[in-house]
Design a protein around this ligand. Sequence first.
Ligand SMILES: Cc1cc2nc3c(=O)[nH]c(=O)nc-3n(C[C@H](O)[C@H](O)[C@H](O)COP(=O)(O)OP(=O)(O)OC[C@H]3O[C@@H](n4cnc5c(N)ncnc54)[C@H](O)[C@@H]3O)c2cc1C
Ligand code: SF4
Length: 509
Amino acid sequence: MVKRLILILGDQLNDQVAALREADKDSDVVVMAEVSDEASYVRHHPKKIAFLFAAMRKFATHLRTAGWTVHYTELDDTENSGSLTGELLRRAEQTGAHSVVVTEPGEWRLIRAFDDLPLPVTQLTDDRFISSRAEFATWADGRKQLRMEYFYRDMRRKTGLLMEGDQPERGKWNFDHDNRKAAPDDVTHDGPPQFEPDDITQTVLDLVTSRFDNHFGDLHPFWFATDRDQALQALNQFITDALPLFGDYQDAMLNENRFLYHAVIGQYLNAGLLLPLEVCQAAEDAYKDGHAPINAVEGFIRQIIGWREYMRGIYFLEGPDYPQRNQLDHQRALPDLYWGAETKMHCLSKAVEQTQAEAYAHHIQRLMVTGNFALIAGLNPQEVADWYLAVYADAYEWVEAPNVIGMSQFADGGIVGSKPYVSSGNYIDKMSNYCKSCHYKVKTKIGDGACPFNLLYWSFLNRHRALFEKNPRMAQMYRTWDRMANDKRETLLSEADDFLTKMSAGERV
Ligand SMILES: Cc1cc2nc3c(=O)[nH]c(=O)nc-3n(C[C@H](O)[C@H](O)[C@H](O)COP(=O)(O)OP(=O)(O)OC[C@H]3O[C@@H](n4cnc5c(N)ncnc54)[C@H](O)[C@@H]3O)c2cc1C
Ligand code: SF4
């Protein structure tokens, strides 16, 4: 007699997830399902869909080998109901199970769907995260500002990572002043390891070709790790080859190199193939062995126990309406250039091109190229967020929404960031070699060939003056704007308007 259904979601592919730890091999049945609802609520990149289905199939095989009974629904199964709740009801009827256990999903939409299921569903805390939802809420309670840096220090104390007793290693919490160097002349790292698709992955690639061919993104060459062993190999290679220079070139961008010294493990962490603590411990070991310097290791660990945990905390703290916020009332439609239409802006063209090819762009490309442009051009944050959710292999709402709605688009009114991440072309020029190959001239502020980031930056500041001029971190920018000659300001604003009108009319800009 089957007691319970143990639902394993596509981003919970680890033996350590709470629902599996709680389950009984003899009387419970594991349920996993590839369903069209999940694969197409936004038009996910084909590489992302293939990665998840292949990793799910391989994890199901792994569970069966370990003695679990697994009821796995493939996308093309004729009885597939198309939704996770539909599959749970169907499997309950088939097996006679009367209840469901699941590790809490990372999305309000699914949490609510399971709450409404006409079967008792126990949603267990997802303790792969270092901070639970309740712990984050306690940390946030009564604070005027939810600054990541203070949360991060608590996570350092909690995990003991890079701590000497109750003091931070080398007496400092943050070594960022040693980071953020401009793009290196030569890059000594070849990027993440590329895995040859095995039989299971190949079958999934065929399925994705036949079902999702019309989604934006290149399926081939497909090189992602699709099981835990491969993901661990990717982690080890990063620690050995790239971590030592991770900090130095964390913010750099190069035409010739898509990955620089980044880990490219977000998709593995978020799907459960890697666990956050083991990743941080591997980095800390590299520091203790003298293999990687403190600025690289501290910077890397901060991304994971700081930013990643903080973003999840914000998502759940702020509630289900968070992704719908639009504090700046930005309404312009997402232009086709985000879907690969030609643009003369070389930085955007490169960021979108590599997103299309790899379902990957690193943080600064997401924040300071595609995100910065969307913000200064006044694009609708929900359309922008749907784009990010669709195109990146590591994108799930719990992490994507606070990064896009909060950090990148300031659509939450300043919960995540104390000021909007906006910049003119200068920043991109400093951190990359994009501008050298661009149709536009980064040093030109107005007139022929002026870089659109320069025009839009000032028009953004002017548009939102009432909101930002009192922000101490932005006062200097308003002083510079006010010092500009009147006619220059007028020309600049009118050129910015012309540019946006042309872009929205579908002209190549
Ligand atoms: C607009 C925007 C959208 C983003 N959307 C996502 C998303 O959907 N999913 C996602 O996982 N990350 C997202 N990020 C954060 C970050 O860009 C990615 O985590 C990172 O680029 C993944 O590549 P990597 O593994 O090479 O990261 P590395 O630069 O090597 O960093 C290591 C790890 O740190 C974690 N990390 C770093 N920054 C963040 C952050 N801001 N939030 C959460 N985790 C972080 C990730 O797990 C990452 O794998 C977004 C950032 C921005 C600015
Ligand atoms: S000149 Fe402007 S548009 Fe061109 S690459 Fe540089 S920042 Fe981007």
